[in-house]
Design a protein around this ligand. Structure first.
Ligand code: KG4
Ligand code: ZN
Length: 342
């Protein structure tokens, strides 16, 4: 028996993504981004994102189907991001998914965007060993999760108490005059910089923080420290060493993320660490996680960068996992929930 063919739709932020998956195999993947329309605002404008999804939705579905060499009639189930995310953006994807499910008389699965960031790794590395620890780092979220049974929910261990990691990358990039979204630009600039040139703070790592906030993150103090450092430099009339600031900032973020992720593995007796979300595309984070994990016998799983940032394949991957686990589909009146908890 062949496994069901699942089509996944993602519209929680500025990427319109449609993926088609059978089992753990990615057959089709199409993406349309409105990122260029937001760049001049320095952040995603919800209304602009919603309109862009509406225009891109059907063409992106068509591209994914043709990429996979299948038709709508071949699809066995529809999965869609139901939250968390921008309310208006989510509504476009959920409405489209309902239309498809209704027309094709197929089950629909409303899924959690964060769980989908974890599930996408199965497309690259096969079934996820459970329990696993997931480090989820994106523009909107930074969390550590205990994944005992991905199909039935995950246990949050901690999350950011202020900015998300990706948000910190984007804000610091802006401060350094780099384009939006800044993560990839910081990553590139950092390669030419000295990561130990400036000692930026490591949020929530002091002994007293490790009692109440052992698995939580804080990046707003770091962002402020970078801003102060750059301002002082500008006042002194000396040029800002963009590459060194980028490298030192990136090191501070990656140091804390990997340290706490490995601590979470050790505290829970878990030997698999899966990293997901846009910031998981960061080259230093990938390297440092691997370097540190290997010392503790922990296996790190990170999907290729293209699957780390938002896409439709991740939603299809989670949908496929839910179908295989025998989870009941959602009802056709399923709501979008912009604040959906993990
Ligand atoms: O997962 P994602 O595509 O969207 C959200 O769900 O938020 O993550 C986007 C975030 C942005 O903040 C972006 O700057 C960051 O991921 N990002 C990176 C890199 N590539 C994307 N951050 C650091 N290094 C990268 N290479
Ligand atoms: Zn995301």
């Amino acid at each position: 028996t062949t496994e069901p063919l699942v089509l996944g739709i993602e519209t929680s932020c500025d990427e319109t993504g449609v993926g088609i998956v059978r089992g753990h195999t990615l057959l089709g993947d199409a993406l349309a981004s409105s990122v260029d329309q937001h760049a001049r605002f320095g952040g995603v404008v919800p209304e602009v994102a919603s309109r862009a999804h509406l225009e891109a939705m059907v063409p992106t579905i068509r591209r994914a189907l043709s990429d996979a060499g299948v038709t709508l009639a071949d699809i066995d189930a529809i999965a869609v991001t139901a939250g968390p995310g921008l309310a208006g953006a989510l509504l476009v994807g959920v409405a489209a998914a309902k239309g498809l499910a209704l027309a094709a008389e197929k089950p629909i699965y409303g899924v959690n965007h964060l769980a989908a960031h974890v599930a996408v790794d199965t497309l690259e590395h096969g079934p996820l060993p459970e329990p696993a620890i997931a480090l989820l780092v994106s523009g909107g979220h930074s969390s550590l999760l205990l994944v005992e049974d991905l199909a039935h929910g995950v246990t949050p261990l901690g999350s950011t108490i202020d900015d998300a990691a990706g948000e910190a990358f984007d804000k610091v990039a802006r401060l350094l005059g780099l384009p939006f979204p800044g993560g990839p630009y910081i990553d590139r600039a950092a390669r030419e910089g000295d990561k130990v040139s400036i000692a930026f703070p490591r949020g929530l790592t002091m002994p007293r923080d490790m009692v109440e906030h052992r698995f939580d993150f804080s990046f707003s103090g770091l962002k402020t420290a970078v801003a102060r450092w750059v301002e002082a430099r500008e006042r002194s009339g000396e040029p800002v060493p963009v590459n060194d600031v980028a490298a030192s900032f990136q090191e501070a973020v990656c140091d804390v993320l990997t340290r706490k992720a490995i601590d979470a593995c050790l505290a829970n007796g878990v030997s698999t660490l899966v990293i997901g979300g846009g910031v998981a595309a960061n080259s230093r984070l990938r390297l440092l996680a691997e370097e540190r994990a290997v010392k503790h016998g922990i296996t790190v799983r990170v999907p290729r960068p293209k699957l780390c940032t938002d896409n439709g394949a991740m939603v299809a991957a989670l949908g496929s996992h839910l179908v295989a686990a025998g989870v009941a589909p959602s009802k056709l009146d399923l709501p979008a929930d912009s604040a959906m908890p993990i």
